[in-house]
Design a protein around this ligand. Structure first.
Ligand SMILES: *Cc1c(COP(=O)(O)O)cnc(C)c1O
Length: 396
């Protein structure tokens, strides 16, 4: 018996999203999501699927890769990559420099692989020399790493790491969930095997889809597997009977039709702006934010050369209540900031400048809210000077 359950439409509060994702979704994308649902085998929808596949090839710079959006969030891309490439007994080298590398290692273990982790302190980029040593020790089927570690704000050198994988005959898996759209992702130049992403970080669509790209080598490895992929939904052989296109589609699952309208619109917007222009915009907003943070006496976790523009991990000063600052920003400014994970819990804030949340307005609003929240705890900051420092970078 469900006594007195009176449901009403859900009206989300107004929020400004500057955490580790989701980022602000532009009205154009929200409007696209609300367009009429059509059948997933409708010829018009199939044309949309073809357009999205081609757009993803352009997005990843992966003209020779098979690209599809998986019907689940970024973690599904990770799971698809690991489950399709690894079979029981395969050796997998996994670089861990934050939460997401750890998740990959957990999945590889579940796939039955012999997992060799290369562990780093959180906040460091992946060390190519140590990865190379692990691959040189014994042949590995896969090298997996995170390009943009969202839990720490560190950027790793994907080109070098994919090159090392190639030299040692391993297939590379690159987590580009947070990098895609915010910093350069180039599957062809890296000669990367499997790259996946998500929609709610720098693409600024709602969460729920995971664009993935697979090289010809990766596809051959999957067709040559000794046993079936253990995850049915993400089995790339089955998936391509649906998304492959050539020679008619067969039912596999029902594509999340409206979510794909949203992804499509976000890609239209990204190509209108230009991918390189979007990368430059993220870098500029990051520089302005950092100028303001430094003027406020705050420090970043990651050393300058390895910082991600789209995810800024800021050290919590001594004597400041980390959670109270985020609560203040949310209560007074409708502003969502991220907290630290794992060993960084309570130690950092994570400020996202992702996609539509990477604008001068977001930078100024975030700095204003932070200064106010710090002042409320007796940490004196000159808000005008902080904003002036950011403005000087924005004007440069
Ligand atoms: C967000 C994120 C994921 C997981 O994506 P979900 O959409 O939350 O499943 C994986 N890797 C990285 C680097 C991420 O930032």
């Amino acid at each position: 018996m469900f006594h007195g359950v009176m449901m009403q439409s859900f009206q989300p509060p107004r929020r400004i999203l500057m955490g580790p994702g989701p980022s602000d979704v532009p009205p154009r994308v929200l409007q696209a999501l609300a367009r009429p649902t059509i059948g997933h085998l409708d010829p018009e929808f199939q044309a949309l699927m073809e357009e999205i596949k081609a757009a993803l090839q352009r997005l990843f710079n992966a003209p020779e890769h098979a690209c599809v959006p998986l019907p689940a969030p970024g973690t599904a891309g990770m799971e698809a990559a690991i489950m399709n490439l690894l079979e029981p007994g395969d050796r997998a080298v996994i670089a861990i420099n934050g939460a997401f590398g750890g998740r990959m290692a957990d999945m590889a273990g579940r796939a039955g692989a012999e997992v060799v982790t290369v562990d780093h302190a959180w906040g460091e980029p992946v060390d190519p020399a140590r990865v190379e040593a692990a691959l040189a020790e014994a042949p590995a089927k896969v090298l997996a790493f995170v390009h943009a570690e969202t839990s720490t704000g560190a950027r790793s050198d994907a080109a070098t790491l994919c090159g090392i994988a190639r030299r040692h005959g391993a297939l590379s898996i690159v987590d580009c969930v947070t990098s895609l759209g915010g910093i350069t992702v180039d599957a062809a130049a890296w000669d990367a095997d499997v790259i996946y992403s998500g929609t709610q970080k720098c693409l600024s669509a709602p969460p729920g889809l995971s664009p993935i790209a697979l090289s010809k080598r990766a596809q051959a490895a999957i067709s040559g597997r000794k046993e079936k992929v253990r995850n049915w939904l993400c089995d790339f052989n089955l998936l391509m009977s649906y998304w492959g296109g050539e020679g008619g589609r067969t039912y596999h699952h029902t594509a999340p039709i409206n979510a794909l309208y949203g992804l499509h619109e976000s890609l239209v917007m990204l190509f209108e702006e230009g991918q390189q222009a979007a990368v430059v915009r993220h870098a500029r907003m990051h520089e302005a934010l950092v100028a303001g943070l430094e003027a406020a006496g705050l420090e970043l976790l990651v050393a300058e050369p390895h910082r991600l523009p789209q995810l800024n991990a800021v050290r919590v000063p001594d004597g400041i209540d980390e959670a109270a600052v985020r609560a203040h920003a949310l209560a007074k400014w409708d502003l969502e900031l991220g907290a630290g994970l794992g060993p960084l819990k309570g130690q950092i804030w994570r400020i996202g400048l992702m996609g539509a949340s990477a604008t001068p307005w977001h930078v100024r609003l975030c700095l204003t809210a932070l200064c106010e929240a710090l002042a409320a705890q007796g940490h004196k900051v000159d808000t005008a000077a902080v904003l002036a420092a950011a403005d000087a970078r924005l004007a440069a």
